[in-house]
Design a protein around this ligand. Structure first.
Ligand SMILES: CC(C)(COP(=O)(O)OP(=O)(O)OC[C@H]1O[C@@H](n2cnc3c(N)ncnc32)[C@H](O)[C@@H]1OP(=O)(O)O)[C@@H](O)C(=O)NCCC(=O)NCCS
Length: 158
């Protein structure tokens, strides 16, 4: 057998996943820093607005290879975070996470998935474009530390 190993299946994020998910998020320069309380709210059934959080996890070992979080602001939704651990990139895991998220968001009545990404994050911008997101605008100096513009991108779900 040659080529990349098959991507792990996608499932809802659980409280047991949080320590590893937070560890991965903290290790990434590209990811926003969320305090533990923000992560707890991601999984709360009662939080308003609601969020959908998914992980890609190896079925036998349970090792988490990536995750994605979207917030629902009907009829739109926003991709707040997506990450795949460095050694598991370019295996189609990010694509699977977005596909699973899009299908759940559509089922929840959302019509659009939008996001902001740093202008300098070429890998993520190429990734989003490959998945069908279109650039819809820019926000000047949206990010701090370091200060940088955001590119706005959007994917029609319905
Ligand atoms: C962006 C990210 C989630 C992509 O995850 P991934 O699992 O590697 O992506 P996939 O393997 O599903 O890639 C799907 C397609 O996107 C494009 N793509 C993905 N990574 C790319 C890169 N580094 N450069 C160019 N195109 C890329 C390719 O077209 C790819 O298809 P291919 O591998 O058949 O050519 C991952 O690079 C990551 O975690 N980056 C750090 C965190 C981050 O920047 N998140 C976004 C801001 S919060």
């Amino acid at each position: 057998m040659t080529g990349r190993p098959a991507p792990p299946p996608i499932r809802p994020m659980s409280a047991a996943d949080l320590p590893r998910v937070m560890e991965i998020a903290q290790s990434l320069e590209e990811a926003p820093e969320w305090p533990p309380a923000a992560w707890a709210a991601v999984l709360s059934r009662h939080a308003v607005p609601r969020r959908i959080a998914l992980v890609a996890a190896e079925p036998l070992s349970g090792i988490i290879a990536g995750f994605a979080v979207a917030i629902l602001v009907p009829p739109q939704s926003e991709l707040e975070l997506i990450a795949v651990v460095t050694r598991s990139r370019r295996r189609g895991i990010g694509r699977l996470l977005i596909a699973a998220l899009a299908s759940e968001l559509l089922a929840a009545g959302m019509q659009e998935l939008f996001l902001e990404v740093r202008v300098s994050n070429r890998a993520a911008r190429d990734f989003y474009r490959a998945l069908g997101f279109a650039e819809t605008g820019r926000r000047a100096r949206y990010y701090t530390d370091p200060e940088e513009d955001a590119v706005l991108m959007s994917l029609r779900l319905a």
